[in-house]
Write a protein that binds this ligand. Structure first.
Ligand SMILES: Cc1cc2nc3c(=O)[nH]c(=O)nc-3n(C[C@H](O)[C@H](O)[C@H](O)COP(=O)(O)OP(=O)(O)OC[C@H]3O[C@@H](n4cnc5c(N)ncnc54)[C@H](O)[C@@H]3O)c2cc1C
Length: 598
C-alpha cells in the first residue's frame, strides 16, 4: 500500500528562503501568516492528508461512486467522515474573505494544502477543489445578494460547488452549447439541457450542491457571444438561508472511467431548473474564466501531486528491492544482491522526477504569491503585472505540469518493474489518476494554443516581455557569482532558445497561423523548461546562501537541493534545443497529407 509524506520542509524553504514571503507582511492576510503560523497550518494539513486521506485513496479507487435509481450518488466508504474532518478543520475557506466566513490567509496556502490533498487522494480533493473554484467565480461576478446567500455555506463546506460547461457535442468549442435559459417574470431563469462529465455533480458529502451552469438565453446570439452564466442549486434556498424545494435537476448517470473513481463524474439533466444570472447576460464565458483559471492552476497542481506521491513510493521501493550488483562491484556484499538504487539508470529516473517536482512546486508558489500580492495590493501597476503573469503562466502550469506529471507517474511505475503493473502497489492508480489532468479543464493541446495564440501577443506582448526581463535581469545580476555558474549558464542558453522561438512565431506564424498551431505544444514545454530552470536558479542561490550562513541540521537537504538542481540543468534543460528545432520546422510536413491519408 502506498504511503505519502507531505513535503512541509521543502515548502517552508520555498516560502522563507527562496521567495521571502515575510516581505509582503504589509498586505492584508499576510501579516497573519507568519512563518510559525504557516508551518503549524501546514503541519496540520499534512496530518490530515497523511493519516486520513491517503488510506482512503485505494478504497476510493476500488469502490468508486454508486448511483441509486432515485438519482442520488453515494461516495466510497470513509469519504463522508473524511469530508466532515475537512469541514470541521475549516480547510476549504482558509484563503476566503473573512466577511463570508473564511480565514483570509494568502491563497498560496490553499495551493500548498491542495497539493498535499491531491497527492494523498486526488479524487477526494476534487470535491473541495471545485467548490473553491465556484467560490472564486461567485466572488468575482455574483451580486451581493447571491454572495451572501451562497458563499458562507460554500466556504464552510456544508454546500459544495461545480462547474457545468461540457455537453455531449461540445467540450473545447463551447460556442456550440445548446443548454437553454428562459427568463421568468420574477427575474429568475429556467434552465433546460444536458451537461456531461460534471465532476462532483451529485454526491452525499454535503447538504446542497451549487451548480454554476453555462447556458444560452432564448434569443441570444449563436457562438460564444451568446453564453451566460447561472447559479442553479440542487435545493432552492429560502429567504432565511434554509433549504427549500428540490430544484429541477438530477444526475442521470455516472461515467465509468479510467481513474479518479472516488470522484463522481455525472451526466446532469436540467429540466426547467430554476437559476439566476451571474454577471451580465451573454458575458458568461469571461465570468466562467475566473473559475476555469482557478481550476487550471488546481489541475496543474494535480500533475505535480501525482508525480510527487509516485516519486516518494518509487524512492522507497528502489532502496528495498534487491536486484543485480552495482557496476563498480557489490555495495552490500552481505546481501544476495544490491538494492536497485545503486544502478545509474534507476537514479536517473528518480532524479528526473524529483528535479521536476521541486521546481514545479516552486513555480506554483512563485505564481501563487504573485497572484496574492496582485489581489491584495492597492498599487495598480503591481496588480496589472500580477494579472499578466497569471494569464501567461496559467496555460504553462496546466499543460506542462500535467503532461510531465503523468509521464513521471509512468517513470515511477517503471521503478517497480512488473510489480508496478499490479494494483496492490498503487503505482498503476497514480498513472490512471494522473491521466485525466492532461484532458480536462481544456485539453493540453488547447493550453498550448492559448499560450501561443492569445497570451504571447496580448497587450503588445507585455506579459512575455515582463517574463523575459525578470529572468534576464536575474541572470545579469548574478553573472559574477561563480558558484552559480552551473545553474546560470544553462539557463542563459535555454532563455535564448525561448526568445528565438518567440521571434520565430512573430515572423512566421502571424501570416501562416498553422506554423503557430504546429509548434504550440513544443513552445509550451520550452517555456516550461525555462520557467523551471529559473526556479532552480532561485533555489540553488537560496540553498548556497543558507549553507554559507551555517544551516545547522539542514546541510544534507540543502546539498541535495544543489545536486538535484545540477541534474536538471545538465540533463533536462538541454531539451530546449529539440523543442526549438521542432518549432522552427514549421507546419510543412504536418499539414501536407490530405485527411483521408491518415
Ligand atoms: C473525468 C472528467 C471530468 C470532467 N469534469 C468536468 C467538469 O467538472 N465540468 C465540465 O464542464 N467539464 C468537465 N469535463 C470535460 C472536459 O473538460 C472536456 O472533456 C475537455 O475540455 C475536452 O473536451 P472534449 O472531451 O469535448 O474534447 P474535444 O473538444 O472534442 O477535443 C478532442 C481533441 O481535439 C483537440 N482539439 C479540439 N479543438 C481543437 C482546436 N481548435 N485546435 C487544436 N486541437 C483541438 C483537443 O485538444 C482534444 O485533444 C470532464 C471530463 C472528464 C473526462
Amino acid at each position: 500500500m502506498p504511503t505519502y509524506k507531505a513535503p512541509v520542509d521543502d515548502v517552508m524553504f520555498l516560502l522563507n528562503d527562496v521567495f521571502h514571503m515575510e516581505r509582503h507582511n504589509n498586505l492584508p492576510g499576510f501579516a497573519d501568516a507568519s512563518s510559525d503560523v504557516v508551518e503549524a497550518v501546514l503541519g496540520e494539513a499534512a496530518k490530515l492528508c497523511e493519516e486520513v486521506l491517503t488510506p482512503l485513496n485505494r478504497v476510493g479507487d476500488m469502490e468508486g461512486c454508486t448511483r441509486h435509481d432515485d438519482g442520488s450518488v453515494v461516495t466510497p466508504n470513509g469519504f463522508k467522515d473524511a469530508y466532515k474532518q475537512l469541514v470541521d478543520g475549516g480547510w476549504i475557506g482558509i484563503s476566503s474573505p473573512e466577511e463570508y466566513g473564511g480565514q483570509g490567509l494568502p491563497s498560496t496556502l490553499t495551493l500548498i494544502v491542495n497539493e498535499f490533498m491531491c497527492a494523498a487522494n486526488m479524487a477526494f480533493a476534487m470535491y473541495p477543489g471545485l467548490t473553491q473554484g465556484a467560490i472564486a467565480a461567485l466572488l468575482a461576478h455574483a451580486s451581493e445578494e447571491h454572495k451572501k446567500k451562497y458563499l458562507p455555506k460554500m466556504i464552510a463546506g456544508t454546500w459544495t460547488g461545480t462547474m457545468n460547461l461540457t455537453e455531449p457535442h461540445c467540450g473545447t468549442d463551447l460556442g456550440l452549447l445548446r443548454t437553454k435559459a428562459v427568463k421568468q417574470e420574477d427575474g429568475s431563469y429556467r434552465i433546460t439541457g444536458t451537461k456531461i462529465f460534471i465532476s462532483a455533480g451529485e454526491h452525499d458529502l454535503a447538504e446542497n450542491v451549487v451548480h454554476l451552469v453555462l447556458a444560452r438565453i432564448e434569443g441570444a446570439p449563436a457562438g460564444t457571444k451568446g453564453i451566460s452564466l447561472f447559479v442553479c442549486p440542487k435545493f432552492l434556498v429560502n429567504e432565511d438561508g434554509s433549504l427549500g424545494a428540490r430544484n429541477g435537476l438530477s444526475c442521470g448517470s455516472l461515467e465509468h472511467k479510467m481513474g479518479i473513481h472516488g470522484n463522481s463524474t455525472c451526466v446532469m439533466n436540467y429540466d426547467s431548473a430554476t437559476a439566476w444570472l451571474i454577471g451580465e447576460e451573454n458575458r458568461g464565458l469571461p465570468a466562467m474564466f475566473v473559475m476555469m483559471n482557478d481550476a487550471r492552476l488546481g489541475v496543474g497542481l494535480q500533475g505535480l501531486a501525482q508525480s510527487e506521491v509516485a516519486y516518494q513510493n518509487a524512492a522507497i521501493y528502489t532502496k528495498e528491492r534487491l536486484q543485480g550488483r552495482a557496476l563498480t562491484g557489490p555495495k552490500f556484499p552481505d546481501k544476495p544482491a544490491d538494492p536497485i538504487i545503486v544502478h545509474p539508470d534507476v537514479r536517473r529516473t528518480l532524479l528526473t522526477i524529483r528535479a521536476f517536482n521541486e521546481a514545479a512546486r516552486a513555480l506554483i508558489i512563485w505564481t501563487g504569491l504573485k497572484a496574492d500580492v496582485g489581489h491584495r495590493s492597492s498599487d495598480e501597476k503591481v496588480r496589472q503585472s500580477a494579472e499578466d503573469h497569471m494569464s501567461l503562466l496559467t496555460p504553462v502550469i496546466k499543460g506542462v505540469l500535467t503532461d510531465t506529471g503523468f509521464a513521471n507517474t509512468v517513470l515511477a511505475q517503471q521503478m517497480y518493474g512488473g510489480h508496478g503493473y499490479i494494483a496492490e502497489h498503487g503505482m498503476e492508480q497514480f498513472v490512471r489518476d494522473a491521466r485525466i489532468a492532461m484532458l480536462y479543464e481544456g485539453a493540453n493541446g488547447i493550453q498550448a494554443l492559448d499560450l501561443v495564440g492569445r497570451k504571447l501577443g496580448k497587450d503588445g506582448g507585455r506579459a512575455i516581455m515582463a517574463f523575459f526581463n525578470e529572468v534576464q535581469g536575474y541572470l545579469k545580476e548574478h553573472a559574477s557569482n561563480e558558484a552559480m555558474n552551473p545553474y546560470l549558464k544553462p539557463l542563459v542558453q535555454a532563455l535564448a532558445h525561448l526568445q528565438q522561438a518567440t521571434m520565430w512565431f512573430m515572423q512566421n506564424a502571424v501570416k501562416k497561423p498553422e506554423n503557430g498551431g504546429a509548434g504550440a505544444t513544443d513552445y509550451m514545454h520550452l517555456f516550461g523548461l525555462v520557467a523551471l530552470g529559473y526556479m532552480w536558479c532561485l533555489m540553488a542561490e537560496a540553498a548556497q546562501a543558507k549553507l554559507a550562513a551555517g544551516a545547522t541540521g539542514a546541510e544534507q537537504r540543502l546539498n541535495a537541493k544543489l545536486v538535484v538542481g545540477r541534474f536538471f540543468m545538465e540533463r533536462m534543460l538541454p531539451e530546449t534545443v529539440a523543442h526549438l528545432a521542432r518549432i522552427q520546422a514549421g507546419a510543412g510536413s504536418i499539414m501536407e497529407l490530405p485527411a483521408d491519408a491518415f
